[in-house]
Ligand binder design. Sequence first.
Ligand code: XMP
Length: 544
Amino acid sequence: MERKSSLFLSKQVLTLLIINMSNYQPVIVLDFGSQYSQLIVRRVRELGVYCELLPCDTSAKDVIARNPIGFILSGGPASVYERSAPQLPGYLLEVDKPILGICYGMQLLTHAFGENVAPSSAREYGLAHVKVTMPDSPLFAHINATKLAGSQNFIMLDVWMSHGDKVIELPPNFQVIATSTNSPYAAIADMKRRLFCLQFHPEVTHTSQGQNMLRAFVYDICGSEGGWTTKNIIDETISNVRQQVENGHVICGLSGGVDSAVTSALLHRAIGDQLTCIFVNNGLLRFNEPEHVIDVFQNQRHTKLIAVNAVETFLRALAGVTEPEQKRKIIGETFIRIFEAEAQKLGEVNFLAQGTLYPDVIESAGTGHSAAKIKTHHNVGGLPDDMQFELVEPLRMLFKDEVRTVGEALGLPKETIMRHPFPGPGLAVRILGEVTWERLETLRHADNIFIEELHAADWYYRISQAFTVLLPVKSVGVMGDCRTYGNVIALRAVTTDDFMTADWSDLPKTLLQKVSNRIVNEVKAITRVVYDISSKPPATIEWE
Ligand code: XMP
């Protein structure tokens, strides 16, 4: 293959080499639109079994080419009787593999055998108690009986229900294996054909022992041999990257965030000096962040790293700009221009590495509720259409928690891999109004105090993201005997699983008090500190 060295040689189609985990026979989760679809995949992978999420209308050819050992049908908001409701794919019952239908997946599967589904008299949502009526069903093989609450005669399980329709009649050859007060068919199975259905959600933590049911399904019923371990993920990714890159040269934009850090570390392990990382200090980073990135990658890990000081360029481009989307656009474009110029200086470069994660891949495949609109503006701020590099995306089959485990196994410092997410446009979208060096320094200082105190109180790793925002208003205060008139800092701390929804964190009053005192005393321009108690939705996590 002819290798090209410029970002913008011509209008050619980008070749996207997909690194897949072809050595694994996956359990396939078919997504019927449940908010829990990705969670099912994560739970199965936590069991050491490779699992992929595919839209429910993926072609039979694409599904079967993956050589799956079994299927899980997710829940979903539709009713099987709606005209536009997603259908059970025709190939499913023909391929003779085990199937676990969850909620809507259950209704679809049973509906395939007749008119067995009807609306529930009441929509059932929340915790329910299920009585296991057939404990020797293979699906319950790993249920831990010693931990069960309940009567002597029956095993009782706490489960999470969320359904409108329910199964009202048992399809031929099915047996009831668990019941609840509202759902006489809470779990049913056709053992011979290895079809299992759960009205409740085994993937959510509210379902006690849900993970044990998934374990029984993937290992005992589907016959998985496991093997989805961090070591195997690393070995296979390295071998895939070597195969893709051969003797080519790869560049990787390093931001200081976990995705680009793990991408770089993996690539460095795979191809050593064929990798050059480019780190652009845009002046919009957190306290000490440029020093930290350069120290970890250049000094500790001996990665080839070009560190570009572009603070002045960014500040000039942002001067006078107050509109958030314009800030984002300017930062994205400035970044690309700098990155491109550095790449040109390097001579022959064939590949661009990106820290694309599995949720982005799922999202672009058009699957369900995935979390990842976040990333349309991620990485290098949008790649040009006429980009000539091939992409290398070593993390594209991994979830964030798997990326962190890989990073840890590669020896990256905890500070790097567990660091809270940070938006590409950096502090520019946390300074409401114009971005100036002085305001950046004020925000960095306040932010660092907040983060320091979160660490000191052992709260940093218990929340998902925390930061400060510099507001474009001034307020009156009093210090000593003097009236003050200064800026306001807002503290933001959230807890979330997927960053699509988030709760504000209920931080201890003493901690907030200390942060507030320190900021007002130590950061000259600040006279007032407020705590943001908005959840997402309706607010977003960032303020701009
Ligand atoms: P919002 O504010 O949309 O943020 O609730 C959700 C997550 O995305 C991050 N975020 C961004 N990341 N470029 C990024 O790379 C951006 O422009 C951007 N805006 C928000 C945010 O920090 C949070 O983790």
